[in-house]
Structure formats: structure tokens, C-alpha cells
Design a binder for this molecule. Structure first.
Ligand code: PBG
Length: 301
């Protein structure tokens, strides 16, 4: 039987789902067919900072998993809410792509003109951009990566910030003028990674999909997501987190930035990959002890 893989319809989503489908076929010999699904996040014109964090890109796919219309689904992991979903299992987290953010514009950040207009709706990117260049005019924009890049070519904004992994998937690396290192801009928890979900009662499928799982990526993104969950922040909060993995140790860094970019709480901690949930929780608790709560509260008001 051909397995039905549910995916959003954007080029980025179709590309990443296609790669997962090919990988599953290569590893298990099972044929996979893509099924395009439109989600609330694709339709709504509201700013993500308002509607985000509630799984707007994810819920439509989960409904079709539960109804049996599709067998499994591929999401961008950073769009996945941190809470559990009834009846749904996170069956695999494949090897992560580049987690960094990229500037797409005519020059590197330091070389943009004073007061240049930068388009991004993400409070995390807004706050970190302001920390790097307080003079910039950061304006909210929405739409998929292609639409955002067009706003640069049309002159509506001077530059935009997008995930490097997404730009790779839609073959638009020529638009990149600078890649931000994590010490300049920490990515969103889970950025660059994918999530493969299926129904919890499909034991056969869970076993099959497990062949796609990459343990180091799972440990790293688990730490990042636990940090986010413990801060009780969603994808619309000014929270960055990145866990690197080397010498069999997970090195997690988290940041909370005030909306004006002036104040930030940035801390790091290392631990065993077998205990990555505790690593994320411990670091978040240290950030809260330093006032992360108050800083996040100011940012959303
Ligand atoms: N919120 C939209 C979204 N979800 C995942 C990605 C990029 C790809 C990824 O992080 O895996 C993007 C676009 C962006 O932030 O540029």
C-alpha cells in the first residue's frame, strides 16, 4: 500500500516533504505519495506574532492524520507547539539542516544604510536585529519566503531575515548577503529541523518512521524546545535557542531579548544528550531567575 504523506503546499514544504519521502523509500522500500494540505497559517493574513504559537501550520495536518486521510505528516519543527498533541506521535526527527538565520538584501548588516527598512514579523528577529543595529527600521511582513524575497526586489523593504535552511530548500541562496552566527542571532528553537508525525495507534508506521530519526538532532532540539516550554513562551516570543552537539555533549545557549534590543538575558549550559530535557529546563529556570519573565512580558505589550 502506498503511504500518504501530508504536507503544506508551499515550495519549501513540498521540497522538504519530498526529501523525507525519498529517504523513507530508500530505507524501507515503501512507496510514498505527497498529499497537499492547506493550513490556517497559509490562509490567515494576520501577523504570526498574533496567531502564532498555536500550531496554525500544524493543526490542519494533524486533523487529517486523526481522520486517517493521510498516514504521516512532515512539519518544520519550529512550527510545532511544545505541548503534547492527543493521539499524535513525533515518530522521527531527521538530521537537522543549517539552523542559522540569513540576511537577504543588498549588503551585510553592518553595511546597510542608516535607517534601512528590514522586514520581519518575528519578535525574536526584531529584538536581535535591534541589538545589533538600533538605527534600523524593522517593519512587520508576512507571506512565504518567496513573497518576502519579492518585497526586497520590489523595493518595499531593503532586506529581510529568513531561515537559511528554508532558502536552501527553495533554491534561493543567491539572495543571501550574510549568514548570522548564533552569537549574533540565535535561531528559533528547532529551526532547520523537521518533524515527522503519525497517529499514536499506528505501531507499524511508528516503527517504519523511526528509521528516519537522528538521535543527536533529537537530543539538541529536545533541549531547545524544553527551554521554550519552561519559559512558557511560544514561537512568537523573543526567545532564541541553539544546541550544538560535539564530543557527545549537548551545548545549549538560550536568549531572551527585550523588544528594544537593549537588554538581553543570554546563558549557556552543557549536558548529556540522554538528559536533554533536563538541560533545557535547567537553563530556562536560570534565565527565569535572572528576570526572563519580565523581559518577555515587556516584549509582547
Ligand atoms: N515560520 C515559518 C517557517 N517555518 C520554518 C521555516 C524555515 C525552515 C526551517 O526552519 O526549518 C520558516 C520560514 C523562515 O523562518 O524563514
Amino acid at each position: 500500500m502506498i503511504l500518504k504523506l501530508g504536507t503544506r503546499r508551499s515550495l519549501m514544504a513540498m521540497t522538504q516533504s519530498g526529501l523525507v519521502a525519498d529517504e523513507l523509500t530508500a530505507r524501507t522500500g515503501r512507496a510514498v505519495e505527497l498529499v497537499g494540505v492547506t493550513t490556517e497559517g497559509d490562509v490567515s493574513k494576520a501577523q504570526l506574532a498574533q496567531i502564532g504559537g498555536t500550531g496554525v501550520f500544524v493543526n490542519g495536518l494533524r486533523e487529517r492524520l486523526l481522520s486517517g486521510e493521510i498516514d504521516f505528516a512532515v512539519h518544520s519543527l519550529k512550527d510545532l507547539p511544545t505541548g503534547p498533541a492527543e493521539g499524535i506521535t513525533l515518530a522521527a526527527i531527521p538530521p537537522r539542516d543549517d539552523p542559522r538565520d540569513a540576511l537577504c538584501g543588498p549588503a551585510k548588516l553592518a553595511d546597510l544604510r542608516r535607517g534601512a527598512r528590514i522586514g520581519t514579523g518575528s519578535p525574536r528577529r526584531v529584538a536581535q536585529l535591534r541589538a545589533l543595529r538600533p538605527d534600523l527600521d524593522v517593519v512587520p511582513i508576512r507571506g512565504n519566503a518567496d513573497t518576502r524575497l519579492r518585497k526586497v526586489t520590489d523595493g518595499e523593504v531593503d532586506a529581510v531575515v529568513l531561515a537559511f535552511a528554508g532558502l536552501t530548500r527553495i533554491d534561493r541562496l543567491e539572495a543571501v548577503s550574510e549568514i548570522f552566527e548564533p552569537d549574533q542571532m540565535l535561531p528559533a528553537p528547532g529551526q532547520g529541523a523537521l518533524a515527522v508525525e503519525c497517529r499514536s495507534d499506528r505501531a507499524d508506521l511508528i516503527e517504519l518512521l523511526a528509521t528516519l530519526d537522528h538521535a543527536p538532532t533529537r537530543a539538541a532540539v529536545t533541549a531547545e524546545r524544553m527551554l521554550l516550554a519552561t519559559l512558557e513562551a511560544g514561537c512568537s516570543a523573543p526567545v532564541g535557542a541553539y544546541a550544538a552537539w560535539y564530543d557527545e555533549i549537548v551545548h545549549l545557549t538560550g536568549v531572551v531579548v527585550g523588544y528594544d534590543g537593549e537588554r538581553q538575558i543570554r546563558l549557556s549550559e552543557s549536558g548529556s544528550p540522554d538528559d536533554s530535557e533536563r538541560l533545557g529546563r535547567d537553563l530556562a529556570l536560570r534565565m527565569l531567575a535572572e528576570g526572563a519573565d519580565q523581559l518577555m512580558g515587556e516584549s509582547t505589550s
